[in-house]
Design a protein. Structure first.
Length: 94
């Protein structure tokens, strides 16, 4: 069952979320939220990540390691250019 809390809107539009609400929502200091008016008198808060979830893979340690390797290969000239997909596939077959 969801508990209901009464909050007081303070100066500069500030609210303090009670500790049990923060725990239940797994919210911590520094988290970002979006606020939207769902209907008159209803405000919905949603925790947001700085990174779009569909792009989160890019920021994993493994992916970043691959990005660094690729950047190093490019910097050292360890790359090939192909005029066509056929040429690229032919090089892979070797």
């Amino acid at each position: 069952m969801k508990s209901r809390k009464t909050l007081t809107l303070r100066e500069h539009g500030q609210l303090t979320l009670p500790a049990d609400v923060r725990r239940a929502a797994r919210a911590k200091t520094g988290d970002l939220f979006t606020a939207e008016v769902a209907e008159p008198d209803v405000i919905v808060l949603r925790r947001r990540e700085l990174i779009d979830p569909s792009q989160a893979y890019f920021w994993t340690a493994e992916w970043q390691r691959g990005e660094r390797e690729a950047s190093e290969d490019i910097a050292k000239g360890r790359v090939k250019r192909f005029r066509s997909m056929k040429d690229l596939l032919g090089d892979l077959d070797r």
